[in-house]
Design a protein around this ligand. Structure first.
Ligand code: NAD
Ligand code: UFG
Length: 352
């Protein structure tokens, strides 16, 4: 049974990814500083898996990946227990795009320095398999055609720049180590929704910035109105188009990427993770209201600085390489995300 280190494993994407990994028979070692999450998500993951779960399958270490003695102790402990870490899925990092414009050094420190610490420990302990959380925000996207992995890289924010820097660090590590590494950079588009149980979901500790959690907060009355940033974009209804992907399809893609790496020759691969389907802001709002039979009052406001009208993945490389296909549509994303929100209006805060 392979032991996989999940950095940032109590966060939104990390906690959801734990489910298919455990179902597939991986043992997990989770590290998280809880800067944007709660370890309660781990208890909920266990609850979701119920009888199919044994406590020993998850070991959780609260801590920061930039704390090298701490990180080293996690690798060492796993080795001493004869369950060495054989692969890493690296989610840990700061992710608020607009905050990165205000606090760029926090982003460089947490994301880039944190990744360097992690890669150094992996080298030290002979672990050379990593799936990295990259982002569609690294692309320039100046046209209305789906983005390929070979499309122009030109991030417009410090957040996106940190993702490019980490991809570059991984690339030079690969090149310098006689090609002994297996690396997958997964460039996510817009993950939304929640596990179908409603037991885990997106739990931002601060005010949300992203569209879907804001729609949920408007629908349950915690925010008055959704501000739609611009209705004068050159799109079919004037609002921006994105590629929304169900969080559990994204979780499955991580599992498929890890399986792929572990079964194949050393390599570094970049993959867009999206559905390839574009949805406008208005489409998403209308779908949410229809599926969940609720109201989402909105008004149009100024365009948001840095937004682009069209960001949709060309996912052919992903589907061809991993044999992965998205299984859940926009209806399911809206339904599952709302189920989580209704059951947990304050995230994990109310759960003891
Ligand atoms: P999240 O904030 O829910 O999860 C990140 C987790 O990392 C959190 O639990 C946080 O507490 C932890 N963390 C942050 N810095 C840490 C550190 N230095 N040491 C240890 N733990 C730390 O965010 P998410 O949406 O689950 O995103 C996971 C990854 O995917 C991030 O790297 C993010 O940049 C990337 N990503 C997310 C999206 C998205 O839309 N959610 C899109 C593209 C890429
Ligand atoms: N939007 C609104 N009102 C809001 C929030 C968002 O109209 O209150 C609009 C935005 O203008 C944009 C769309 O909804 O057109 C989606 O915005 P999000 O903030 O939800 O997502 P982004 O596409 O801006 O960015 C997200 C993640 C990034 C990731 C990127 C990849 O936040 O980390 O997707 O496409 F890199």
């Amino acid at each position: 049974m392979k032991n996989i280190l999940i950095t940032g494993g109590t966060g939104y994407i990390g906690s959801h990814t734990c489910i298919p990994l455990l179902e597939k028979g991986y043992r997990l070692t989770i590290i998280d500083s809880s800067v944007n999450s709660s370890p309660i998500s781990i208890l909920k993951v266990k609850e979701i898996l119920k009888d199919n779960f044994k406590d020993e399958l998850i070991t959780y270490y609260p801590g920061d990946i930039r704390d090298k003695p701490f990180l080293s102790s996690v690798f060492l402990k796993a080795k001493e227990l004869k369950k060495p870490i054989q692969g890493v899925i690296h989610f840990a990092g700061l992710k608020a795009v607009s905050e990165s414009l205000l606090k760029p050094l926090d982003y460089w420190h947490s994301n880039v320095y944190g990744s360097i610490c992690l890669i150094e420990e992996m080298l030290k302990y002979g672990c050379r398999n990593i799936v990295f959380s990259s982002s569609a925000s690294i692309y320039e996207s100046s046209s209305f055609i789906p983005i390929l992995e070979s499309s122009k890289i030109n991030p417009s924010t410090p957040y996106g720049q940190t993702k490019v820097a980490i991809e570059n660090i991984l690339y030079s590590t690969f090149k310098s180590s006689k090609n002994s590494w297996r690396i997958a950079n997964l460039r996510y588009f817009n993950p939304i929704g929640a596990h179908e149980s409603g037991l885990i979901g997106e739990n931002p500790l601060d005010i949300p910035n992203n569209l879907f959690p804001i729609i949920c907060k408007v629908a349950n009355g915690k925010i008055d109105k959704l501000k739609i940033f611009g209705n004068d974009w050159p799109t079919y209804d004037g609002t921006c188009i994105r590629d929304y992907i169900h969080i559990m399809d994204l979780a499955d893609a991580h599992c498929a990427a890890l399986d792929f790496l572990l079964k194949n020759e050393p390599q570094i691969i970049n993959l867009n993770v999206g559905t390839g389907i574009g949805t406008s802001v208005l489409d998403l709002v209308n779908k949410f209201m229809k599926v969940n039979d609720c109201k989402v009052p909105y008004k149009f406001s100024e365009r948001r600085k840095g937004d682009l009208p069209f960001i949709v993945a060309d996912n052919q490389k992903l589907t061809a390489t991993l044999g992965w296909q998205p299984k859940r549509n926009l209806n399911q994303m809206c339904k599952d995300g709302w189920k989580w929100q209704m059951a947990n209006p304050n995230g994990f805060i109310d759960i003891n």
